[in-house]
Design a protein. Structure first.
Lengths: 269, 178
């Protein structure tokens, strides 16, 4: 028989990837710096905060060697703000709340500003532009920049669920947080479901559907169904698409330079 | 569509009404009386693969052997029903591989309007399928009637959506494994 697992990646795999996210911890014990395959881990000195990958932070938390500082968005206040954006705002009635801005990307506040990507440099001097999996979206922040609305990072559902599981005593009001996360998830699932109506734009040539702000787990969950619907629509519309292409090729063949030649064609009839 | 795709083989076996344009000696077996000739103008339901070959396989200069007709599953009556309400039509009763069949038929006929009706139908039914698939009751709820009327393509969609929703629930600890 065929490979037993479905196409795409399974939820446990997605949450495994989410464990790469950096989080802030408050160590209770000293620990020498570790040289791991994923990069060096800074030495832990008890009163000082440190950024660790989520998997290591969870391990230390389970051994009661550290406390995890929750990321700023995993706070009842931020979550209810995001929930408000998702449900109340007219602008986001059918779309998802905006993801955290990339470095150099103008935030929603200042419209019309030209985005300027700020390059960073590796120790060897190579230039690179940081992108989501390697952006510190889940580390605790002391001061939140004014006017910056809270936003859900790519791995919000996985990080949120894992922190609620393992470190609920470190969170502010875990019950409220859990309830808000569940509500957010329901609202966004409903949006994905209602989005089926616009999928036919993705099945025709040159079309597309924006998935801005959709989280990793949501993409993983919807992958099979959404891809299936688009494929089905593409197959049904294949003959129409064929006709459209032929029409386009015909247009290109006779003329293609604009209206003047069309006028010439009309004269012949 | 691959060579060993069971669904495409089964689609090929679905019947298409054909009218013979010429008299064919010895082909009466298709009509059910072996040894006889098939007369010109006879209407017989032939499998898609045979009808397609006979209708386009004629040599240049000769008239076509058969003319094809649109199968009853895609008739005007069905299209009107789909236009009125896509959700209440039992596609499975019309043809088990309804969408694959219509795909093939649309390759043979130019039917702009049918494409639009079918795309709309597929979309409407897909969102309904998603609703049922995300329902933890699965196929036991109120939608039994609707789910029984899904064609093969839609069944696969339902299975995919249901499985991924279930996997996610298992990961989140809301459902038991197996």
């Amino acid at each position: 028989m065929a490979f037993p697992l479905p196409r795409g990646i399974t939820p446990p795999e997605i949450s495994f990837l989410a464990e790469m996210e950096m989080v802030t911890i408050l160590p209770r014990q000293r620990l020498e710096g570790l040289e791991l395959l994923g990069g060096p881990v800074e030495p832990l000195l008890p009163p000082r905060r440190a950024s660790l990958p989520l998997w290591l932070a969870l391990l230390l938390k389970r051994q009661r060697r550290a406390n995890i500082l929750p990321p700023p968005w995993l706070h009842p206040e931020s979550l209810s703000l995001i929930l408000d954006i998702e449900t109340q705002h007219h602008e986001y009635e059918h779309t998802f709340s905006p993801p955290p801005p990339l470095p150099g990307q103008p935030s929603i506040r200042d419209h019309g500003q030209r985005p300027v990507a700020v390059p960073r440099y590796t120790p060897d001097g190579g230039r690179y532009y940081p992108a989501p999996p390697f952006l510190p979206q889940n580390v605790a922040q002391d001061h939140i920049p004014a006017g910056e609305p809270p936003s859900l990072p790519f791995h919000w559902l996985e990080v949120g669920t894992m922190l609620l599981d393992a470190a609920s005593d470190d969170l502010v009001d875990p019950d409220q947080t859990r309830r808000l996360l569940k509500e957010l998830r329901e609202v966004r699932t409903a949006k994905i479901r209602s989005g089926v109506d616009v999928l036919d734009t993705a099945s025709t040539g040159g079309g597309g559907v924006a998935l801005t702000g959709v989280g990793a787990m949501e993409v993983g969950e919807g992958r099979g169904f959404i891809a299936g619907v688009i494929d089905g629509l593409r197959k049904i519309g294949a003959s129409k698409e064929q006709a459209r292409r032929e029409q386009m090729a015909e247009d290109m063949a006779n003329g293609g330079y604009g209206a003047t030649q069309d006028d010439d064609d009309d004269m012949e009839f | 569509m691959s060579y060993y795709d069971i669904d495409s083989i089964l689609t090929d076996a679905q019947k298409l009404p054909c009218t013979f344009e010429l008299e064919v000696p010895g082909l009466g077996i298709l009509e059910g009386n072996p040894g006889d000739n098939i007369k010109a103008g006879t209407r017989i339901d032939l499998p898609l693969w045979l009808g397609e070959m006979l209708s386009i396989g004629a040599r240049l200069g000769t008239s076509r052997l058969v003319t094809l007709d649109i199968p009853s599953a895609l008739s005007e009556r069905v299209m009107n029903a789909l236009k009125a309400d896509p959700r209440t039509v039992d596609l499975r009763a019309l043809a088990p591989h309804f969408y694959s069949l219509s795909e093939r038929v649309l390759e043979l006929f130019e039917e702009e309007e049918m494409v639009d009706v079918l795309i709309n139908t597929f979309k409407k039914r897909a969102s309904e399928i998603a609703d049922h698939a995300h329902n933890p009751m699965g196929a036991l709820g109120d939608g039994v009637e609707f789910l029984r009327g899904l064609d093969e393509t839609e069944r696969q969609l339902f299975r995919v959506a249901h499985d991924s929703a279930k996997e996610t629930r298992i990961w989140a600890g809301e459902a038991k494994k197996r």
